[in-house]
Write a protein that binds this ligand. Structure first.
Ligand code: GDP
Ligand code: MG
Length: 373
């Protein structure tokens, strides 16, 4: 039995199982996952990997997690919420360009002032009034970090493929990530402004992978776009919303908030700043929150336009001031009625994490000392 906290990293897992980090990394690769030493693994992957080495995983934090109150939602309390979308794809196929275009250009209606803050996520309102929340964290690493311990954040994935290129290794990786998470895909066939663009070739490659897009008689949504000129982007987003409608995304806004940390850092002037995505309930200034091994009273909240706000409902990304440290991307957060409870859970988690890191410190052998000298 392998006793771990939810914060266990690839290298710690290796030490606990007494195998090399490389062995764990290649075991992950055979599952189609590229991981680094310090990366955390989601519970499911961790279990599979451990089993391969003859171990059974037991989460020692389970008891603490169970002490976090989860309110049951009545069906009548549920309200529609905006879809949360991640953009993935091969390097240089245009992920950043697409996110930038959406952020900066006129697909946003009736919103005063552009998006000024990079907070790792942002919301847009389409001309028809419908909203989409984008996770804007670099690469798909964010996506895997978010999934650590089953923190499912993304409702839908846009997978960008350059039409002057083809389906590439990271495209395939993105597709398998989305499929493994059960997240619907909308393909964005990008760079169609280029004279060398051949969208049909890309669609053919997808068809050869049993991924039939609409105009090839299949069910998967896809749209030809140019992230450079903006051609087709509006229509792409409408297809995203269409796909999202089928998911009937709902959440209860009338309870204490919970959600997931998108990113966090220490700002010299303001202290710890955490971008969080509220997934259920409503977060308010003055709330006591717990995120990973940290807690604190919410002093202020800002949206992606830098505007101070007092309340944030489901699917809203928000940057929060007031935590006593920087939680990690993918950490769940919860708001508590009472500050002491948030603090005590944070302390217990810290303690368990410390114990784990003590257990995973490699013992230096005399032989190694010899070699160093
Ligand atoms: P990422 O690695 O997927 O984030 O790709 P980037 O957004 O950084 O784009 C890679 C390169 O392709 C950059 O030089 C972009 O200017 C260019 N690019 C992205 N989208 C388009 C497009 O629609 N048309 C053209 N012509 N170039 C594009
Ligand atoms: Mg990029």
């Amino acid at each position: 039995v392998l006793k771990v906290t939810e914060f266990v990293t690839v290298s710690e897992v290796a030490t606990l199982m007494d195998v090399s980090v490389t062995q764990v990394i290649s075991a992950c690769m055979s599952l189609g996952m590229m991981v680094t030493m310090n990366q955390r693994l989601d519970a499911e992957t961790l279990s599979i990997i451990a089993e391969e080495f003859g171990y059974q995983v037991e989460f020692i934090t389970a008891e603490i997690e169970e002490s976090i109150p989860e309110e049951e939602d009545l069906p009548e309390d549920l309200e529609a919420r905006a879809p949360i979308v991640t953009v993935m794809g091969h390097v240089d196929h245009g992920k950043t360009s697409l996110l930038d275009y959406i952020r900066e250009e006129n697909v946003i209606a009736g919103e005063s002032g552009g998006i000024t803050q990079h907070i790792g996520a942002y919301g847009v309102t389409l001309k028809n009034g419908q909203k989409i929340t984008f996770l804007d964290t670099p690469g798909h690493e964010a996506f895997t970090a978010m999934r650590a311990r089953g923190a499912q954040v993304t409702d839908l994935a846009i997978i960008v493929i350059a039409a002057d290129d083809d389906v590439m290794p990271q495209t395939k990786e993105a597709i398998s990530h989305a499929q493994a998470a059960g997240v619907p895909i909308v393909f964005a066939i990008n760079k169609v402004d280029k004279p060398t663009a051949n969208p049909d070739k890309v669609k053919e490659s997808l068809a050869n992978m049993d991924l039939l897009v609409e105009d090839w008689g299949g069910k998967i949504q896809s749209h030809d776009i140019s992230a450079k000129t903006g051609q087709g982007v509006q229509e792409l987003l409408e297809k995203v919303l269409l796909e999202a409608e089928l998911l009937e995304l709902k959440a209860n806004p009338d309870k204490l908030a919970n959600g997931t940390v998108v990113e966090a850092f220490l700002d010299k002037g303001r202290g710890y700043v955490a971008t969080v995505l509220v997934q259920a309930g409503t977060m308010r200034v003055g709330d006591y929150m717990l995120a990973g091994t940290h807690s604190g009273k919410v002093k202020a909240m800002h949206d992606e336009r830098g505007k101070a706000i007092v309340a944030a409902g489901p699917s809203t990304p928000i940057s929060v001031l007031g935590l006593d440290g920087a939680p990690q991307a993918g950490d769940k957060f919860h708001v508590f009625e009472d500050e002491k409870e948030a603090k005590s859970i944070a302390a217990k988690r810290t303690q368990l994490q410390r114990e784990q890191s003590v257990r995973t410190q490699r013992h230096i052998t005399l032989d190694e000392i010899g070699r160093r000298i």
